[in-house]
Design a protein. Structure first.
Lengths: 363, 385, 290
């Protein structure tokens, strides 16, 4: 969805402005390339192989698939009502929890046969998606809709509140610490190995669920009547209303779609990480939001691209716990800081994102 | 001229309220044991009042939603950890550096400064940190500002929590989750060093004095040229800039003052709690303070004080004593303390939906939220200032 | 007679009931005292993406004069205003204030140097009283900083009192009743809000005042009063006024010089009667005939 304004590529007369523009355009891209490139060089020099960084990239893409699904939810909602749905990460978390609960109910375990497993997982996927989607619609109804006319920061504050409520629902549900999930699909098992680069079952699952869902979503938004209504509302809610589009329904639909995707992401996450907890949504939410902003918020392709980029950054940071090259040791306790640093850089130097256009209402 | 008289009456009303409130607050600890837990909670609550009033300058006055306020608590507390403990144990050939501390403390290694000096240091450190964090947000719109400040708060929280891995020379940024402990007790000129083992009332009165000063600063700022400039920016950035208000400077001042007040409260808590644990500076704390501001009424000084007291009472009394007992009686299988942040989240939602102007609304917010005066959020991107 | 875009039924100046007052001595573009212009734009251009909102405009405001900028809706008048006041940075070109280059300066700096403005859709600070609004207008002329605000020494008290007094004087000067001085601005009547915006602009002691459609929504009576008021500002306070206006009666009556924009370009410039009879201007307002 394009934002409803005239794109403006301001040509500045001053060199300082030009420098800034150039940095905003290419600096971020350069930074994004430099990060993996640095470790690629380190791997090559220190170990004589590119396999470690290649494995980071593969795992990063799988992580990224999850973040892409969550990021789409942010971007869809922001595209329509310009609200950062802060509780979206928690909707994703609930997706994981529901999946975990259903496996217990269905009695899916490590010894379940392949047919039962596939059937069980498909049903779980559908149910997790529907529950997350419905939850997201309810959140909008209760916490955001009453504030539609209020100053913009009001719904953001309620969004934070809802996020905390859902986190604590998670605490009551599965306790305050990490909870192991049965490794139903033996996620780490290698399917393919080429030159030391392994592609595991988990990687195939993550991409195998994400890619079709993204295509379905794109098709829905570009082809269907409701999807067109969504785009119209995103561009100009007032005009859409005059054209007979029900804005309320369209907004609900947007939250439903975002929630459906978050539910799917929740299931993949549980299978892939084999461990879930109430706080996963907070971190995932911010990571996915970073992805959405990096791609250009409101832009579907951008959210997917951003998701994959952030997934790779996160994976590299997680995996590099030792001092390598010129960068300090990272490791997963620093990953949030790394991701947030990228968030700040994107927001400050390129708030319109990688593929977003600079927008502004014309004077 | 009636307006002037009205103004005068309001000023005296404020003074009278302030005297009454501070008077009652001054008597309060005398009703309890000198080391009573209730007074201990009240001390923390008073520190939260200072923080909430600081956040109110940023969010309430200038309209910049800051979701990373915990960063300034962290910096304030860490200032104590650095300059009032044996953290820098080998400075001055392990003899330490001492300035205005008691005889016993003077014999310890590390840097030990008098608490008042630490407050000054905390104000400087957090004031600068506040402006540095604010700087990149200046060109952004309201919701993006919230996220960037949140990100900074999380980054600083991460540094504090994993600070044992961040070495500058031989010294760590913090002790991570091990906490820097013990930190020196507060020592004021003309007074004995405070001793928590026998009497925590002196801490209470220091905290109350900090509250009084913060209140004074808040009122003075609100009714000043600077305060008007903040309201102007909050309500219409473009118009404010066109009327000669420098946006960058004015916004940074708000960030700086809010941060400095958070830092003062942090320096107080660091000394009172006797230790600085790097793991305690989490996002939830920012929301805890924000809930006080929202609940009391954005921009309303007395409202924020009430909000801070109410949220503290909920946190230290209603949840652990009342609700937990109810939960146990009903055999719910969990305690409400486990989900206290859920309770605050619920409060935020309920307040925003049902009474967004807060318990004691500020006159302007009431108008803004009633929808008559929609604040202009559509700031032109190019308004640089 | 009012002209609003191409919907207007007849060309400007076809109304014989309102002859233009001849203003000898204040001829177009030539300041009476012979000094250079107060505010000048040279080759100013603004592009939004591929769209040229303002294209290569040369323009000058002589001291102690009233000049107008007219043109159909979307002609780029407000964009041009926004560049003069620093809200937009020109893509190309130069803007000078009293001979100093101020191109791309921050809006608050430009205000401080003597340019004040009002907005097409009134942009007051809604929850502030009239007096407070005008006091914000004095921001660049007052000094109290952070320490001053907290300590409030006698100097700051004096400044605050003086600012309050000046605000009340300005409110009276623009013709507001004393009973609305402490009224919150959104509760004021439309006409009062317009006046208040002018008072707020005057509070920064400008040398040039930019008025963006000040008579919008006013009845002919009020418009006439505003016209007189503008003349007073020029004659009594020595201000130069740059006016964007759709009300042709006001424009023709008050302007010493008129510049016409269409699609971002200057299509005519001159004395009111010259502009009024200019073929291109008539065409711009009414569309090509035949």
């Amino acid at each position: 969805m394009e934002a409803a304004s005239i794109p403006a590529r301001a040509v500045n007369t001053r060199s300082a402005g030009q420098l800034r523009d150039a940095f905003s355009k290419y600096g971020l891209i350069a930074l994004l390339i430099a990060f993996p490139l640095h470790y690629a060089i380190v791997d090559l020099v220190e170990r004589g192989t590119l396999a470690p960084i290649a494995n980071n990239l593969v795992a990063g893409l799988s992580n990224g698939a999850i973040w892409a699904l969550v990021a789409l939810g942010y971007t869809l909602v922001y595209g329509i009502i310009e609200l950062i749905n802060f509780a979206h990460g928690e909707v994703f978390m609930i997706g994981s929890f529901v999946s975990f609960g259903l496996w217990g109910t269905f009695g899916l375990t490590l010894v379940t046969g392949p047919l039962g497993l596939v059937a069980g997982l498909l049903v779980t996927l559908v149910v997790a998606m529907i529950i997350s989607g419905t939850l997201n619609v309810m959140i909008e109804r209760v916490a955001y809709r009453p504030l539609r006319g209020a100053p913009k920061l009001a719904p953001l504050i309620t969004a934070v509140g809802v996020s905390f409520i859902l986190q604590n629902v998670g605490v009551l549900w599965l306790g305050g610490s990490q909870r192991g999930v049965p490794d139903l699909i033996r996620t780490q098992d290698t399917l393919i190995e080429i030159a030391g680069v392994t592609i595991s079952r988990g990687d195939v699952l993550a991409l195998g669920v994400t890619v079709p869902l993204v295509f379905l979503l794109t098709a829905f938004i570009t082809r269907s009547r409701l999807g067109k209504a969504m785009r119209a509302t995103a561009q100009d809610p007032e005009a859409a209303r005059l054209m007979g589009i029900s804005v309320d329904t369209t907004i609900s639909l947007t939250f439903l779609l975002g929630g459906l995707l978050a539910g799917a992401a929740g299931l993949i996450y549980a299978l892939y990480q084999t461990s879930i907890w109430y706080f996963q949504g907070f971190t995932a939410g911010l990571i996915a939001f970073t992805a959405a902003v990096m791609g250009g918020i409101g832009n579907l392709k951008g959210a997917v691209l951003g998701g994959f980029i952030i997934g790779i950054i996160q994976q590299i940071s997680d995996a590099r716990g030792e001092q390598q090259g010129i960068l300090p040791p990272l490791g997963n306790q620093w990953t949030p800081a790394v991701v947030f640093a990228f968030l700040v850089i994107v927001m400050v130097f390129r708030p319109q994102g990688l593929i977003g256009e600079e927008t502004r209402e014309a004077g | 001229m009636s307006a002037l008289r009205e103004l005068g009456r309001r000023r005296y009303a404020n003074l009278a309220i302030a005297a009454l409130v501070l008077g009652i607050a001054a008597v309060f600890p005398l009703l309890f044991d000198p080391i009573s837990g209730t007074v201990g909670d009240a001390i923390k609550a008073l520190a939260f009042v200072v923080m909430a009033l600081g956040l109110n300058v940023v969010v309430g006055f200038a309209g910049l939603l800051d979701l990373g306020y915990v960063a300034f608590y962290a910096f304030g507390a860490l200032t104590v950890g650095w300059f009032a403990s044996d953290h820098f144990s080998s400075v001055n050939a392990e003899a330490g550096i001492h300035l205005g501390v008691s005889e016993f403390i003077s014999s310890l290694p590390g840097i030990h400064l008098n608490w008042l000096l630490i407050v000054v240091a905390a104000v400087i450190v957090t004031g600068i940190a506040g402006m540095l964090i604010g700087l990149p947000t200046l060109r952004l719109r309201g919701d993006y500002i919230a996220i960037v400040t949140l990100a900074f708060g999380e980054i600083i929280g991460r540094f504090a929590a994993n600070g044992d891995q961040v070495k500058i020379g031989e010294y760590a940024f913090s002790n991570g989750r091990q906490a820097i402990s013990p930190t020196d007790p507060i020592k004021l000129p003309f007074f004995q060093e405070f001793d928590q083992a026998f009497n925590i009332r002196p801490y209470y009165y220091v905290a109350l004095a900090l509250c009084a000063i913060t209140l004074f600063v808040n009122f003075r700022l609100r009714d000043s040229r600077l305060g008007r400039a903040w309201v102007a920016i909050r309500e219409d950035e473009v118009a404010a800039a066109s009327m000669g208000v420098p946006l960058v400077k004015t916004k940074l001042l708000a960030y700086g003052i809010g941060a400095a007040l958070g830092g003062i409260a942090g320096a107080f808590l660091g000394a009172y709690l006797n230790s600085v644990n790097g793991g305690q500076f989490q996002f939830g704390f920012s929301i805890f303070i924000l809930a006080m501001v929202i609940l009391g009424g954005l921009g309303s000084i007395w409202g924020v004080v009430i909000g801070a007291v109410v949220v503290s009472v909920i946190n230290y009394y209603v949840i652990p004593d009342l609700l937990d007992r109810v939960a146990t009686d009903l055999d719910l299988g969990f305690t409400v303390s486990q989900i206290s942040f859920g309770v605050f989240g619920f409060l935020l939602v309920v307040m925003m939906v049902l009474r967004p102007e807060g318990i004691l609304p500020e006159r302007r917010r009431k108008l803004e939220l009633s929808g008559e005066a929609g604040s202009a959020d559509d700031a032109l991107v190019e308004v640089r200032a | 007679m009012r002209l609003r875009g191409s919907s207007a039924p007849e060309p400007a100046g076809a109304d014989p009931a309102h002859p233009i007052e001849a203003r000898e001595g204040h001829t177009a573009g030539q300041p009476a005292n012979g000094s250079g212009p107060i505010l000048a734009a040279e080759g100013v251009t603004k592009a939004f993406g591929g769209l040229l909102a303002v294209n290569d405009i040369n323009f000058a405001v002589p001291p102690r004069s009233i000049v107008s900028l007219i043109g159909p809706n979307g002609a780029g008048k407000t964009t041009f205003f926004n560049m003069l006041t620093g809200l937009y940075k020109p893509t190309l070109g130069r803007i000078t204030l009293l001979g100093r280059d101020v191109t791309g300066q921050r809006p608050d700096r430009i205000t401080c140097m003597g340019v004040a403005r009002t907005f097409q859709n009134i942009r007051l600070f809604p929850t502030m009283t009239a007096v407070e609004n005008v006091m914000v207008g004095q921001h660049s002329r007052t000094k109290a900083g952070l320490a001053g605000a907290i300590v409030r020494p006698p100097r700051v008290r004096r400044e605050e009192r003086a600012a309050r007094e000046k605000a009340r004087e300005l409110l009276a000067f623009v013709g507001l009743q004393e009973r609305v001085f402490d009224e919150v601005s959104i509760n004021m009547s439309y006409g009062d809000q317009r006046r208040l915006e002018i008072a707020r602009a005057l509070a920064s002691d400008p040398k040039v005042l930019l008025l963006d459609e000040p008579t919008a929504g006013m009845n002919p009576n009020e418009s006439a009063r505003l016209t007189d008021f503008m003349r007073r500002l020029r004659d009594e306070r020595g201000l130069a006024i740059l006016l964007i206006e759709h009300d042709m009666k006001v424009v023709m009556e008050v302007s010493e010089n008129i510049t016409v924009l269409d699609h971002g370009e200057k299509i005519a410039e001159g004395l009111p009667h010259e502009v009024r009879s200019d073929e291109r201007v008539i065409e711009a307002y009414l569309g090509k005939r035949g």
